[in-house]
Design a protein around this ligand. Structure first.
Ligand code: APR
Ligand code: PHB
Length: 407
């Protein structure tokens, strides 16, 4: 016999999207239950990206979630593009007035989990949602399993924040969503190494042997990526081979010493562009990776998830406080404007930096890189997109106190 519960917003998935949404709704006095398939330990240890736009940090600071981030982060004001054996610095902050924050996504997830538990509102781990029902009605349900029992959670809205492989998007009736997709003929082998970063800033390298990226997490932790085949076998990459290949692709004529150290995490990630339109169906609203995926090259995935839930929280807030569904009805269109801008930038950066097997295209790539590093106009356009366009600022939590469901 399944247990029946009730809340206002059922949030499926405790990644950055689901946890931040739960917090923004909490600040508006709106109830929610967050259901997460994995254990707390799993989601707090899952190594992902770690570049936060200024808009993302400003929102996290505004809602009281940035204390540790602001203490432990690295602030970047530029990055390097390395090609033809030469590095070219792009002065991001000089060109845009905005800065970047380096802070591991799993560190942010730890902060969001701690904040959620501090509110006392429900966050269930090892509680996979197994079915969504009644999305077309006014009382949708999420069926989930917890402690080996099935539960039904009734709500006003379902927020599908369960990532690309979640159940939310596939729960939309056939034909109600259109997926736009682009696959890339390469993947990234990513490593986390206990080695001091070999450069103050990120290095994106276009090399004949393939793309490489030097990033970091802290003064003791370096994060590095190598372009590999989509079906690359990790077993074919012992640590020494990884360091050799990184040294080759990150080499420059003026000399560059890559500090190495024990590799504590490694994995191969596919590169994909995907957008679902619209971002939801009926009382189900999709946010983050459940709705769209960007190739990691532009470091946009996390920031786009944050942008979505900022819009969604305000729209749900308006429904409860003003009885208006206008912002909810506009949710998809509002987010898709930013989603496609970011998709274009991520596809463009990916296409420019991963050396093409076709000689003509390779020369176009190098011409694009030279233009980007010699023209202030081109560099400014790149920088503006890379640091992130300001978040659209729907009404903030403080401005719309919750007044109960509309009649
Ligand atoms: N029931 C409950 N939870 C689920 C289910 C399910 N059926 N399916 C998936 N989940 C959980 C996953 O375990 C994961 O913790 O949903 C969460 C989705 O989190 P993310 O994949 O981190 O997605 P999102 O919150 O949208 O964040 C996007 O994450 O993957 C990075 O690059 C991406 O930076 C981007 C960010
Ligand atoms: C990372 O630090 O993991 C990172 C940085 C920049 C990217 C992608 C990933 O473009």
């Amino acid at each position: 016999m399944s247990q029946v519960g009730r809340t206002q917003v059922a949030i499926v998935g405790a990644g950055p999207a689901g946890l931040l949404l739960g917090h923004l709704l909490h600040l508006r006095g709106i109830d929610s239950v967050v259901l997460e398939r994995q254990s707390r330990e799993h989601i707090e240890r899952r190594i992902r990206a770690g570049v936060l736009e200024q808009g993302t940090v400003e929102l996290l600071r505004e809602v009281g979630l940035a204390d540790r981030l602001l203490r432990e982060r690295l602030v970047h004001r530029g990055l390097e593009l390395l090609f033809d054996g030469e590095a070219h610095r792009v002065p991001l902050t000089e060109l845009t007035g905005r800065e970047l924050t380096i802070y591991g996504q799993h560190e942010l997830v730890k902060d969001l989990v701690a904040a959620r538990l501090a509110t006392g509102r429900p966050l269930l781990f090892e509680a996979p949602a197994v079915a969504l029902a009644g999305l077309d009605g006014t009382a949708p349900e999420v069926h989930y399993v917890h402690n080996a029992r099935t539960h039904e959670l009734r709500c006003d809205f379902v927020a599908g924040c369960d990532g690309f492989h979640g159940i939310s998007r596939p729960s939309v009736p056939d034909g109600a969503l259109t997926g736009y997709e682009r696959e890339y003929p390469y993947a990234w082998l990513g490593v986390l190494a206990e080695a001091p970063p070999s450069s103050e800033e990120l290095i994106y390298a276009h090399h004949d042997r393939g793309f490489a990226l030097h990033s970091m997490r802290s003064p003791k932790l370096t994060r590095l990526y190598l372009q590999v085949a989509p079906d690359e076998d990790l077993a074919a990459w012992p640590d020494e081979r990884i360091w050799d290949e990184l040294r080759t692709r990150l080499a420059r004529r003026s000399g560059f010493a890559l500090a190495d150290g024990p590799i504590v995490d490694k994995g191969v990630t596919a590169l994909r562009s995907f957008v679902a339109e619209p971002l939801g169906h009926g009382r189900l609203f999709l946010a983050g990776d459940a709705a769209h995926i960007v190739p990691a090259t532009g470091a946009k995935g996390l920031n786009l998830a944050v942008a979505d839930v900022a819009v969604l929280a305000a729209a749900i807030g308006e429904w409860y406080s003003a009885g208006s569904s206008a912002a909810l009805d506009a949710y998809s269109a509002t987010c898709l404007e930013r989603v496609w801008r970011v998709q274009h930038f991520s596809w463009w950066m990916t296409s420019m930096l991963h050396p093409s097997p076709d000689a003509f295209t390779r020369r176009l790539q190098l011409s694009q890189l030279r233009y980007l590093t010699t023209s202030t106009a081109a560099a400014t356009s790149f920088a503006e997109n890379y640091v992130g366009l300001p978040l659209s600022r729907p009404s903030s939590p403080q401005s719309s106190p919750h007044r109960g469901a509309p009649r």
